[in-house]
Design a protein around this ligand. Sequence first.
Ligand code: FAD
Length: 336
Amino acid sequence: MLPSPGVNTAADRTRDMSDSDGRTAYEVVVVGGGPAGLTAALYTTRLAHDTAVIDRGGGRAAMMLDTHNVIGITEDISGNELLATAKSQLEEYGADVRRDTVTDVTRTDGRFELATTEGAVTAEAVVLATGFTDARPDPPLPRTGRGLHWCLHCDGYMFVDEPVYVMGHTDAAAYVAMILLNFTDDVDLLLRGAEPTWSEDTDELVRAHPVELVTEEIESMFKDEDDPEWLGGFEFADGSRREYTGGFAMYGGEYNAELADQLGCARTDDGHVAVDEDGQTSVDGVYAVGDLTPGNKQIPIAMGEGAKAGIAIHKRLRTYPKPADQLREETVAVEE
Ligand SMILES: Cc1cc2nc3c(=O)[nH]c(=O)nc-3n(C[C@H](O)[C@H](O)[C@H](O)COP(=O)(O)OP(=O)(O)OC[C@H]3O[C@@H](n4cnc5c(N)ncnc54)[C@H](O)[C@@H]3O)c2cc1C
């Protein structure tokens, strides 16, 4: 049930909590308002901690035209619709949801200070939910979600028995092409004029699979005749023309880990921010969740990580239960 009028929500309490420098003092600040950050904030807010989410917008969830793999969410819901509903749920429970960018974060006297383009806030615990940015290949490219796709576990299902492409020249691109053979026997790997950088083992493997390697660069693309929203296929530099229902771009990307680096959070060899089971990073009081951390990049997983971090932060910040001795001493102190 949502809070009823008159209930003193976390946000009501927060509004009175500015420090001497005019910075709003929260218990928890979540940086990033994708599925991971919003779920962490939902838990900390509903577990009665003053919480702010600071989000600059435009993350991976916001790129989704349709949502797949999320139980209870119909597939016609776009990422932006999902996020807007989640943000208004959070606000109704009393969280502050701010459209802003966190530029710097430091730790001073046991609190975190976060500078944003609009001002500054402080927090006892910080959740980094800043995600990952996919590298985009050069155009021509179809529209994301209508012929250009970034997530095999989300969209592979769309291409059962359909002609598909994978763009890229790395080990990852070769593997995704081979994995797509589980969905369809019509898979092209588009090198776009680049030399493969994959290993010798991968080279042997991919050439042994029924994946067609297309070396020429793409000259142009054409739309699907029945549904011009969708890709129809590509024309190549040698004049050839191939039809595709869609495909995947595999050019890697970057973890949005600037703030984690500023705080000194350890990273894994492949660039993720390293965390324990609760999302706690190597820096005490700093949590990381979602695509920024190891594991499959999926909304239900991001949400699960957000939930675990939110509960862990509650256990860290909650006041009760206290040791009996301490309670007795406090009672005596009040009576004196
Ligand atoms: C096109 C596409 C389609 C997908 N479809 C599906 C699908 O159907 N089902 C599924 O389960 N998964 C899907 N995924 C994967 C899914 O989107 C991600 O796994 C999920 O969004 C990760 O959530 P997140 O909160 O970690 O990151 P994000 O959703 O990327 O959110 C991170 C947020 O942090 C913000 N941010 C970053 N730095 C700062 C800063 N310094 N200050 C303030 N804000 C900041 C970003 O702007 C962004 O809003 C898809 C991904 C893509 C790219």
